[in-house]
Design a protein around this ligand. Structure first.
Ligand code: TYM
Length: 344
């Protein structure tokens, strides 16, 4: 079996407010993985335009996500931070993958069904093909590990299926070109910890999302101390005190969500959190939650604001990251063209 050097890739869409779900499900993990892996982190602007975007707003949101990466602790000198549209090989490999993936596979994607709703005839072709571009993002770097939230699990499975089918369909050519028995690794999703699916603060059965109409449903990375405190105090709960054991959270989605958030922010396990707060009412627990949330998020938010004051610096980071990413991506595309039989 061909073995691949470990490399981490992940992406975040520049489509509005970055929130606690993005932070705990993804960005915080991106930061931790820098210690052990070579990492490539991407602002996926090509994915953003699968639904309508205002050009001026898109430009500022791309910079906002870049600022969030850096403010959270990603080092763009040691690792690679860039925006997708500056590396054309993503779109190029996505086309190849459109010819590898099957309609039936994409038809099963639940996120497409959710986003398209009843409107399937009228959404963009890009929205349907979204997951093949995602596979290209990862595999153009032959990345082996992908930190994401729970909602991306199905897309990651599809990326593995695409990699596997490419390896099978072109097995003879892959071997003939000296790549052994596989050209692409099967990328592994990294979805662990107490907050892989952070829920809305207003409804514990709904995912916390950038697009929820109510700003009270989420903690934004840009929220100041008072806003964070106010949103947590207003967060929906139930009348019972907190349980001391995980079993007691069954059927209590809001309580379960807040405990998960506390655990992820503080670094304690859920069991430890329940041991400490079991038997207490929500007002005491919420005060403690405000403290850990402010301590984690407020420094990121204020550093983001500072970074956004120097747009030229942020753009330079993206340009430099794109230049380095292109070297890696171009190498993969050259090999892919040879494997496919293209003349170059
Ligand atoms: P996006 O921009 O919607 O979200 C960015 C990351 O945040 C995670 N996330 C959450 N985690 C926990 N709880 C939540 N409520 C929550 N909401 C969002 C997402 O799982 C994601 O990890 N398709 C991707 C972007 C992408 C990508 C890729 C990711 C494009 N290409 C390649 C990995 C690899 C997306 O829409 O993420």
């Amino acid at each position: 079996m061909t073995t691949f050097p470990e490399r981490v890739f992940s992406g975040v869409q520049p489509t509005g407010n970055l929130h606690l779900g993005n932070y705990l499900g993804a960005i915080k993990k991106f930061v931790a993985l820098q210690e052990t892996h070579e990492c490539v982190y991407c602002v996926v602007d090509l994915h953003a335009i699968t639904v309508p975007q205002d050009p001026a707003e898109l430009k500022s949101t791309i910079r906002e996500v870049t600022a969030a990466f850096i403010a959270a602790g990603i080092d763009p000198k040691k690792h690679i931070v860039f925006n997708q549209s500056q590396v054309p090989e993503h779109a190029e490999l996505a086309w190849v993958f459109n010819c590898v993936a099957r309609m039936g596979w994409l038809n099963r994607m639940t996120q497409f069904k959710d986003k398209a709703g009843k409107n399937t005839e009228n959404v963009s072709v890009g929205l349907f093909a979204y997951p093949t571009l995602m596979a290209a993002d990862i595999l153009v770097y032959r990345a082996t590990h992908v930190p994401v939230g729970e909602d991306q699990k199905q897309h990651l499975e599809l990326s593995r299926d695409i990699a596997q089918k490419f390896n099978n369909d072109y097995a003879a050519s892959i071997a003939a070109h000296g790549h052994g028995d596989a050209f692409f690794p099967l990328p592994e999703p990294l979805i662990q910890g107490p907050a892989t699916r952070v829920m809305s603060l207003r409804d514990g059965t709904k995912k916390m999302s950038k697009s929820d109409a109510s700003d009270y449903s989420r903690l934004n990375l840009s929220d100041d101390r008072d806003t964070i405190a106010q949103k947590i105090r207003k967060a929906k709960t139930d009348p019972e005190p907190l349980p001391s054991e995980a079993d007691g959270l069954k059927g209590r989605p809001e309580a379960d969500n807040l405990v998960g958030i506390y655990a992820a922010l503080s670094g304690d396990s859920r069991a430890e959190v329940l041991q400490r707060f079991g038997g207490q009412n929500f007002s005491a627990f919420k005060s403690a939650l405000v403290d850990v949330a402010v301590a984690s998020l407020e420094p990121v938010g204020s550093e983001m604001k500072r970074l956004l004051g120097d747009v030229a610096h942020l753009d330079a980071v993206l340009n430099d990251g794109a230049r380095r990413a292109r070297v890696l991506a171009a190498e993969t595309m050259t090999a892919v063209k040879d494997i496919l039989g293209f003349v170059r």
